[in-house]
Design a protein around this ligand. Structure first.
Ligand SMILES: Cc1cc2nc3c(=O)[nH]c(=O)nc-3n(C[C@H](O)[C@H](O)[C@H](O)COP(=O)(O)OP(=O)(O)OC[C@H]3O[C@@H](n4cnc5c(N)ncnc54)[C@H](O)[C@@H]3O)c2cc1C
Length: 597
């Protein structure tokens, strides 16, 4: 296995497609940003990921985390890699300089995490949660808490967790039972059990900051009665961890993948904690953390797609099996050809490439929206960015992780039997990436979030704004080579515009309907957004192709492949949605509970 940081494509997306340096540089906080600075950071990130982190990936999978006497030992090399990561200042990258951060854009952090998750998914989860904790505390904690905890989190001296899940409360956080009782000196006493807590215990840092969802004694039932608390492993005095708090790891899970990530059961046994934000408004504060985390989970899908594509391609060029239908002259005397010459293999590779590069465009576009939503000086534009980001977040999380899983499966297929056995190392990626479809809100929950909260709640307005932007690009695409791509994308957008009122009407009679078609809608909107960015990318590549025919030519080919052979998936998606609409209009039940009972 190997990993080459895809610096050329990253630069293309950031600087040619999105003009990222100039865009960011307009925000007062990013005055110092220019392309050189961004490129330097990205190259360094690529070096860390490929030279330091990547070598720990397979060993992390083999050894896994170990649980001994209440302590968790991470696999060989994890501690050293974390120390180097911390010393290089990577945890502080996108954090506020007021707390020791480097004040760089989220966009750069997104690029960093693409490479970290592509080289060691399990390890990347330890620092990955730090950013969500940072943004929750930064936006909701009082100054006292911020002054004590943020500098330690920003420097990476202390890592953080996100403690939501309990045995009876997974997707439904309204079922949480962990209790928080006010104590007389302003803090709270927490009691309860959490499960599946990533990084709940480990040997990477001297302290761990748990962000915990719990209920106050007089809390209303359900999700309206949940508050957020900060519970450190050690209670600090003057910035030094001193007294051991009553929060303990009672075990770690043995699981399908990400063996190097400690998935912990955590017991709060009258632990001391502090309220973050307002009582009973914990979910809002936690959502701040979860949205940042969801973008990072989506980029995980891109990171893995890139790594498995790189390795599948290299293997396909080397592995010789059977004669290809079309063979170059110089191979006529050879008994067999590299499998990359077989159309079936080419199709899998092109699909991996189109989604890895398409996912990268979508994820970086969203990261730029996040930076704009936080830093644009105009409040109206800020609100517009925030709204578009809210629409795209469930798509990034679900579609890109689905594609990561698909790409890892295709890579094993390309490796054949050699991919299924452990020796080559490719099967680890499939086992590891599966969890990304489940945690941070399962992909089914993401699809429901998209249709119910992001589309139907405002009668499709947010989506129509996105479709208007897509239409603008369509209107300005004049290259004859892209006529068919433009037509295909136009059709998807037209269908979407017509579907929203139809779904909205039908859901009044059939409350199940929007939930039934949620997965199709997520992919459909996802393809509209991805197709939009592919069209922009193809146009730029077409303008620049003389400069670097190999790179831009391949970009145009990949765009064409996406439009000709991937985007047609939308026809089937639309057909399925139409079937549900027809059933609903005709009063036919599409609830299959009876057949399943
Ligand atoms: C390795 C690992 C790491 C994790 N890390 C953390 C962590 O750091 N912190 C943390 O708090 N949690 C963590 N989790 C928990 C994770 O977020 C949950 O597993 C996830 O939210 C799903 O909850 P559940 O497992 O209880 O599944 P359930 O909620 O029981 O869901 C089961 C199935 O039903 C579906 N489903 C449920 N409700 C609906 C609905 N309304 N409509 C359609 N489908 C529905 C789901 O999509 C899923 O397919 C982790 C889990 C694992 C395995």
């Amino acid at each position: 296995m190997h990993y080459h940081p895809p610096l050329k494509d990253i630069s293309f997306v950031l600087f040619e497609l999105f003009n990222a340096a100039q865009t960011l540089n307009r925000y007062p906080e990013f005055e110092e940003i220019d392309q050189d600075l961004m490129s330097q950071v990205i190259e360094e990130a690529g070096r860390f990921a490929s030279e330091i982190l990547f070598p720990t990936n397979a060993v992390g999978d083999r050894e896994g985390c170990r649980f001994e006497n209440g302590h968790v030992k991470t696999p060989t090399g994890f501690k050293q890699a974390y120390r180097q990561f911390q010393e290089a200042g990577w945890p502080a990258l996108a954090c506020d300089p007021a707390y020791g951060g480097q004040g760089l854009p989220h966009t750069l952090n997104t690029v960093l995490y693409e490479m970290l998750t592509g080289t060691n998914h399990a390890w990347s989860m330890f620092p990955g949660l730090l950013h969500g904790a940072y943004s929750s505390l930064y936006h909701y904690a009082n100054d006292e808490l911020k002054d004590v905890y943020l500098p330690k989190i920003v420097s990476g001296e202390w890592l953080a967790t996100m403690c939501l899940t309990e045995p009876q409360a997974g997707s439904d956080l309204g079922l949480i039972r962990t209790k928080a009782t006010p104590a007389d000196n302003g803090h709270y006493i927490l009691e309860g059990n959490k499960i599946f807590i990533s990084g709940g215990e480990h040997d990477l840092t001297e302290n761990i900051v748990h962000l915990v969802l719990a209920r106050l004694p007089d809390a209303p039932p359900g999700s309206k009665g949940i508050s957020l608390f900060l519970v450190p492993k050690f209670l600090p005095e003057n910035g030094v961890p001193k007294v051991r708090n009553a929060v303990h790891c009672t075990g770690i899970e043995h699981k399908m993948g990400i063996h190097g990530s400690a998935t912990c059961s955590i017991q709060f046994d009258q632990a001391t904690g502090w309220l973050v934000g307002e009582p009973n408004k914990g979910l809002a504060a936690m959502f701040k953390m979860m949205n940042a985390a969801r973008l990072l989970v989506g980029i995980n899908g891109v990171g893995v797609s890139e790594t498995v594509y790189q390795n599948a391609l290299a293997y396909a060029k080397e592995r010789i099996q059977m004669r290809a239908a079309t063979r170059p002259e110089n191979r006529h005397s050879e008994p067999a050809d590299p499998i990359v010459m077989h159309p079936a293999i080419q199709r899998m590779l092109m699909s991996q490439k189109a989604y890895a590069e398409g996912g990268r465009m979508l994820a970086y576009y969203s990261a730029l929206l996040l930076d704009g939503a936080e830093h644009h000086p105009d409040e109206q534009i800020k609100a517009h960015f925030e709204s578009e980001l809210a629409l795209l977040t469930p798509i990034i999380k679900a579609m890109l992780t689905d594609q990561g899983f698909e790409a890892a499966g295709q890579a094993i297929q390309i490796f054949g039997g050699h991919g299924y056995i452990q020796e080559t190392g490719i099967e680890q990626y499939l086992r590891d990436i599966k969890i990304a479809q489940i945690y941070e809100g399962t992909n089914e929950i993401q699809a429901i979030d998209l249709i119910m909260r992001k589309i139907l709640a405002d009668n499709g307005q947010r989506l129509f704004n996105l479709l208007d932007q897509i239409q603008e690009t369509i209107n300005t695409t004049t290259q004859p080579a892209f006529v068919n791509s433009v037509a295909a994308l136009t059709q998807v957008c037209q269908h979407l515009r017509a579907l929203i009122p139809a779904i909205s009407d039908a859901s009044r009679q059939s409350p199940d309907l929007p939930y039934q078609i949620a997965p199709e809608m997520l992919r459909l909107v996802g393809h509209a957004a991805m197709g939009w960015l592919w069209l922009k990318a193809a146009t730029i590549a077409d303008e620049q192709k003389e400069k670097d025919p190999a790179f831009y030519g391949s970009k145009i080919d990949t765009a064409q492949y996406y439009f000709d052979f991937i985007l047609p998936e939308t026809r089937q998606l639309i057909q399925v949605i139409d079937q549900y609409l027809i059933h609903s209009q005709q009063g036919h039940s599409t609830n299959y509970l009876d057949s399943l009972m």
